[in-house]
Write a protein that binds this ligand. Structure first.
Ligand code: ASP
Length: 447
């Protein structure tokens, strides 16, 4: 297969076309039961399951090998502080962009409240629960329940203990570095079937989505998209260029697979293996940085989600004819930043946390019903922005730590060429992924 990304893109576009046709034939019972809810459903869910099953092994193995191969534990603290600050800052910028666009365009001013759908609201988890979620009491339970933050904390502690354990730690590190090569091959296997998986996922969205929900909400929809586009195509590239000097166009070409996966699965968590692979293999970020920044970002950094929450808050206030003042906007920036941290990296979770933001500024939580009709489509775009933010911050932190190989970043290599190599790269003990990611001069573009 010469260009896997092209195949995945083809799967996406043809999925959209097939889905639109199925949407037209929505009333034909046999089409619905055999295709939409039958074959496509099984393929789409099976593909998401395949991705999801990789999350824990990839996070555990890459974090343990990443942390344990750091010679200097203080560096971990530095990387941690930089990453968290950048994640918070980019989210705050995102909401500011969203609020500015929403206030300037006022999409909710003449909105007809009757267009609202009936919904049942789920309860928002309190922030204390989000904070407590950091501490694992049972690692098997954390892995089984997909509590990624707890898995991250445990893996970092384990990796630190390995560095403190001297020769015993060094021996186990070799094992984890080998495991890392193996789980990355697993990721590659899932990427191989992605064209079909992405086709089924997108076809189902287009087959089942009620596009009639869009026209009354077109103003809200367009403002969210506009803010997402500004953040994705202006803010991130500017930050990347100014803080690292790296070429944003190259970055765009290399983060692409992660964006497609995020778009079709609407889950940053399910996309972790792909994002990790993109930043390490395609961009040359060292595993010791990426293994920390990517899973953490997928879990707590959701700029796209924060944008939706910012626009939605203004929209709902306008639709109900309630005025927001400057202190309210500041409160929205603060709570939407916290809410996006607490948002689970799974489909539709951003809408649940929106209730928290609305509560904080005294807006009716039922307002969520106004916008739910178009949330599935927006979720796809915002999740792609979420993972782009993770990739951008990863590159900035890595560049500042001298842990980004600019030669790989600037090369036209896609990373796939390394997957056809034997894993015996003879680099045990020394940054295996970065080494494995180096363009293979003798074997270019083998895929
Ligand atoms: N689907 C988003 C994600 O996984 C979360 C959300 O905004 O609903 O990043």
């Amino acid at each position: 297969m010469r260009n896997l990304t092209l195949w995945i893109l083809t799967g996406m576009v043809s999925g959209a076309i097939a889905g639109l046709f199925l949407n037209l034939g929505k009333d034909v019972e046999i089409l619905q039961s055999v295709l939409t809810d039958g074959i496509l459903y099984v393929i789409a869910q099976g593909f998401v399951a395949l991705l999801t099953v990789l999350i824990v092994p990839v996070v555990v193995v890459s974090l343990i090998s990443g942390t344990a191969s750091l010679n200097d534990i203080r560096r971990l603290g530095r990387v941690g502080v930089k990453t968290v600050l950048l994640y918070l800052a980019t989210t705050a910028i995102a909401i500011t962009v969203a609020l500015t666009a929403a206030v300037a365009i006022s999409p909710g001013k003449d909105f007809n409240l009757e267009a609202a759908e009936e919904i049942e609201l789920r309860e928002t988890p309190p922030l204390t629960a989000v904070a407590l979620d950091l501490f694992p009491s049972n690692i098997v339970d954390a892995a089984a329940e997909g509590k990624i933050l707890q898995v991250i904390v445990f893996s970092i502690l384990f990796g630190m203990a390995m560095t403190m354990a001297g020769p015993a730690g060094a021996r186990v590190l070799g094992l984890f570095q080998d495991l890392m090569e193996i789980v990355m091959k697993l990721v590659m296997i899932v990427i191989w079937v992605a064209p079909i998986g992405v086709f089924a996922l997108i076809a189902r969205v287009f087959a089942t989505e009620g596009f009639e929900a869009i026209p009354p909400l077109i103003g809200y929809f367009m403002v969210v998209v506009l803010a997402l586009v500004i953040h994705g195509l202006v803010v991130y590239p500017l930050l990347l260029k100014l803080l690292t000097g790296l070429d944003p166009v190259k970055f765009g070409k290399k983060i692409w697979p992660a964006q497609i996966f995020a778009f079709s699965t609407t889950s940053s968590a399910a996309t972790i293996p792909i994002t990790l692979r993109a930043v390490e293999h395609r961009m040359g970020v060292d595993n010791s940085v990426a293994s920390f920044t990517v899973p953490l970002g997928a879990t707590v950094n959701m700029d796209g989600t924060a944008i939706m929450q910012g626009v939605a808050t203004v929209f709902i206030a306008q639709a109900y004819g309630l005025a927001l003042g400057v202190p309210d906007y500041l409160m929205v920036i603060l709570t939407a930043t916290l809410a996006s941290i607490g948002t689970a990296a799974v489909p539709g979770a951003g809408l649940i946390m929106l209730a928290m933001v609305l509560n904080q500024v005294g807006l009716p939580v039922e307002g969520i019903a106004l916008i739910i009709g178009v949330d599935r489509l927006l979720d796809m775009i915002r999740t792609a922005v979420n993972v782009t933010g993770d990739g951008t911050v990863t590159c900035i932190v890595a560049a500042s730590e001298n842990s980004l190989d600019r030669e790989i970043f600037n090369s036209s290599h896609t990373g796939e060429e390394n997957d056809s190599r034997s894993s015996d790269s003879g680099n045990r003990g020394e940054r295996p992924n970065r080494e494995a990611a180096k363009p293979v001069a003798t074997k270019p573009e083998t895929k």
